[in-house]
Design a binder for this molecule. Structure first.
Ligand code: SF4
Length: 324
């Protein structure tokens, strides 16, 4: 039955022809801490197109055969991985592009600096979260990223619009994070470099001076009780000090706040907004479409709340938008 439904969904996509939209794989690459180049986001991450190893990164990695096959499928109006793509959050976020032999531009390079995490959030996949032991390749080796960037440059990719340092683990657990960012800035000086971290770390002042454009701090709540309900083992005091230190050093900082039933009271949101405003930090209130989503806020109500207020924006996950 499920198979028949998936086949029907795939043929609906095929029937829509070349106007079918693609996904982040069309003009992006995702490098995991262990060197894998997988699909992006959610169910797609189990599909690994290649694994890069130090000293043997192939020429023109943006055009490896499996990645070209993904683009070809979209350009021909097919889903590259029927049965998986349908559940992928990034499906429909990019136009399906014609294939070109040499790509001079990537829209986004997604880099996972570490596979380890210091927290244990409930929604994290069971194989993820706080891992006790450091294994080989848990942290991305800057030499591997440098080799990839050099191969992209040599392969004709002169522009990468944005590079996002984010992954299953928290980037700040990689002791060489600043090296990763500096190396990227040196090779792609025009790119927009963004870091996403939970921020529950001791101060790390070098982060503000290594070439980053922006840091997003993921912290859902503005009291320790509400924040810690989802961000297990997180310390809100530390998060605030971390964000405050970065912004005081001139780095652009955002506070990403997912609305859930225990953190969505108006008083708490106003306290957070006031604190953020005083430090020139932009607050992003986000609706999600998961089991733990806020019931108090729907998209029209959140937009109306945000509209007259400075320093706060509303966002929703793609899954939420699709469901709406
Ligand atoms: S939509 Fe399909 S091709 Fe694109 S990232 Fe997801 S699984 Fe991969």
């Amino acid at each position: 039955m499920i198979r028949r439904l998936l086949e029907a969904a795939s043929s609906r996509w095929a029937a829509r022809g070349p106007q079918v939209r693609g996904c982040s794989m069309v003009d992006g690459l995702y490098l995991r801490a262990d060197g894998e180049l997988p699909c992006w986001c959610g169910p797609g991450e189990v599909i690994v197109h290649a694994r890069l190893a130090l000293g043997s990164v192939p020429a023109s990695p943006q055009d490896l055969a499996p990645i070209r096959a993904v683009r070809r499928a979209f350009a021909e109006g097919r889903l590259p991985f029927p049965g998986t793509c349908e559940g992928c959050q990034v499906l429909g976020t990019r136009p399906a592009r014609e294939l070109r032999e040499r790509r001079s531009r990537l829209d986004e390079l997604h880099v996972e600096p570490s596979w380890l995490c210091n927290l244990g959030c409930a929604m994290c996949p069971p194989d993820n979260g706080a891992r006790g032991e450091l294994r080989d390749h848990d942290h991305l080796d800057p030499a591997l990223l440098i080799e990839l960037l050099d191969a992209l440059l040599a392969g004709g990719v002169g522009v990468i619009r944005s590079v996002r340092f984010e992954g299953k683990g928290d980037p700040c657990l990689n002791p060489r994070l600043e090296e990763l960012i500096r190396a990227t800035r040196a090779r792609y000086p025009q790119s927009y470099l963004v870091l996403t971290t939970n921020g529950s770390f001791p101060l790390r002042s070098d982060l503000a001076h290594c070439g980053l454009d922006h840091a997003d701090i993921s912290a859902d709540g503005f009291t320790q009780a509400s924040y810690g309900q989802y961000r297990k083992r997180g310390n809100l005091k530390r998060v605030k000090a971390f964000a405050e230190d970065l912004t005081s050093r001139g780095l652009s900082v955002g506070w990403k706040y997912i609305l859930m039933p225990w953190n969505d009271g108006e008083d708490e949101l106003l306290s957070c907004l006031e604190w953020c405003r005083a430090r020139d930090i932009q607050l992003e209130l986000r609706l999600t479409h998961s089991a733990e989503a806020s019931e108090r806020w729907d998209w029209p109500r959140l937009q109306a709340w945000v509209a007259p207020r400075e320093g706060v924006i509303a966002r929703r996950t793609l899954a939420h938008a699709k469901a709406g």
